[in-house]
Design a protein around this ligand. Structure first.
Ligand code: 9WN
Length: 433
């Protein structure tokens, strides 16, 4: 085992809290939805029982309507804002009675994570037995999305908050902030006591984030009301690609489990509608990749980001389209002076290589792009993404995000946000195994 892998295992074990993991100390002291899924992939390589517990605990916080929250508040610490009291998700009649949670969700990774656990497992029978105990919860979560988050029956799910996207302060949302004018709230930021403020969202951005939640709270987190009233209502290509990828995994796993014909049929129905809409509505010919759609203001958000390439991970584009997307990625994001893959278009004036989702490289997106590009058999590009991911971690440590400009890494530490960050460690393990 290499020293880097050893260190990655240490990071994961340190962030393990008995039944679940935190993304990192201080900055993120609770359990997060998509973090948990990706962390389980890392654990699966050396401690399957932790991988299973991670997923079990996450799904234990599922609401009675199938919704899975983006944060499960396992402790009372006030070192994170906004905490459980602000979110007050128990206003929703079907919210978890067992855990305090948020009333927003995150990208639905759980389906494909279960398939990853099965792929990695050296005891397939035991892992399939575990999967049998949780898979219906994941199916129920997908059913929740299609029944409650697709008002026009397009097979495309909306998100009603930027925190649901996982790519929280992407410059794409700037267009939506321009349509809003929230009050200037008084609150105490905690993130900027842990991390340099230049690497985090601004105070005004937080006003927008809080305002959307205030509106949801006024209506007890009722989905129909949110669809009617939320100023933020977006069909996000990353979120929808991960749902499609997870649907595909559920189909494969239900086949292995057997006797689930009805569910498999339903999953195929969701898939055909979703993939068709995705390829027509979310692909932008001019840009040459997938983009976000603003459902509230009925307009495409014409920006290129790492999310634009994420449909490769779910096998959504045909080979021809995939080929031109990969070329675009290399041309714009992959010059000799750049690490793949910046989170936002490096040629845009909204690009900021230090600020969170406005430009830095994130390991979770890199991992998805690596997997997607290799499925389309562009092994050299896949290897480049893998090499870049390992190199930035080797040079800086297991940070949350990294500067995409190579020259900065020669001069100073170019890892930003939280350190000893769980999914950077987990996915590094998967990349090098
Ligand atoms: C809000 C935990 C989460 C990730 C997100 C990342 C960041 C939270 C924050 O941290 O978001 O959910 O407070 O900034 O953007 O993707 O899941 O690691």
């Amino acid at each position: 085992m290499t020293p880097l892998e050893k260190k990655a295992i240490e990071v994961l074990n340190k962030n393990w809290k008995g039944n679940f993991s935190i993304p990192c100390e201080n900055l993120y002291p609770f359990q997060w939805f998509w973090d948990s899924g990706l962390i389980a992939i890392g654990f699966a390589h050396f401690d399957m029982s932790k991988a299973e517990k991670e997923i079990f605990t996450l799904l234990d916080a599922q609401w009675d309507n199938g919704f899975i929250p983006h944060i499960v508040f396992h402790s009372e610490t006030d070192s994170y804002f906004p905490g459980a009291d602000f979110h007050h998700s128990s206003l929703h009649p079907q919210a978890s009675k067992k855990y305090k949670t948020t009333g927003i969700t995150q990208p639905p990774v759980t389906g494909f994570v279960l398939e990853e656990l099965y792929r990695i497992s050296s005891d397939k029978e035991a892992t399939l037995n575990f999967i049998k105990t949780v898979i219906d919860k994941v199916y129920f979560n997908h059913e929740y999305f299609y029944n409650n988050r697709d008002p026009k029956d397009e097979g495309l799910i909306y998100i009603y908050h930027n925190w649901e996207s996982g790519t929280d302060n992407s410059p794409i949302w700037d267009d939506i902030w321009e349509t809003m004018n929230p009050p200037e709230y008084t609150f105490e930021r905690r993130d900027t006591t842990h991390v340099d403020a230049s690497q985090r969202p601004s105070k005004r951005e937080y006003d927008h984030y809080l305002h959307i939640i205030e509106i949801a709270k006024e209506h007890n987190y009722n989905d129909q009301k949110i669809a009617e009233l939320s100023p933020f209502l977006v069909q996000d290509p990353l979120f929808n690609a991960l749902l499609i990828k997870s649907n595909e995994s559920l189909i494969k796993l239900y086949h292995l489990i057997e006797n689930n014909e009805e569910k498999i049929k339903q999953l195929h129905n969701w898939q055909s509608k979703a993939i068709h809409s995705f390829n027509t509505k979310l692909f932008d010919e001019e840009i040459g990749a997938y983009i976000h759609y603003d459902l509230r203001n009925e307009k495409p958000l014409k920006y290129l980001s790492s999310s634009s390439f994420s449909p490769l991970f779910a096998g959504i584009p045909n080979k021809q389209r995939a080929t031109s997307m990969i070329k675009l990625m290399l041309d714009k994001f992959g010059g000799d002076h750049q690490y793949l893959c910046a989170s936002f278009d490096p040629t845009s004036d909204r690009f900021n290589p230090k600020k969170y989702w406005r430009g830095p490289v994130w390991i979770n997106l890199n991992w998805m792009l690596y997997r997607g590009v290799s499925e389309y058999e562009y092994e050299d590009v896949a290897e480049r993404i893998k090499k870049d991911s390992i190199e930035i971690i080797e040079k800086n440590g297991f940070y949350e995000y990294f500067d995409s400009r190579k020259e900065i890494h020669e001069k100073e530490n170019a890892g930003y946000g939280g350190n000893n960050f769980s999914w950077s460690a987990a996915l590094l393990i998967d990349l090098i195994r």
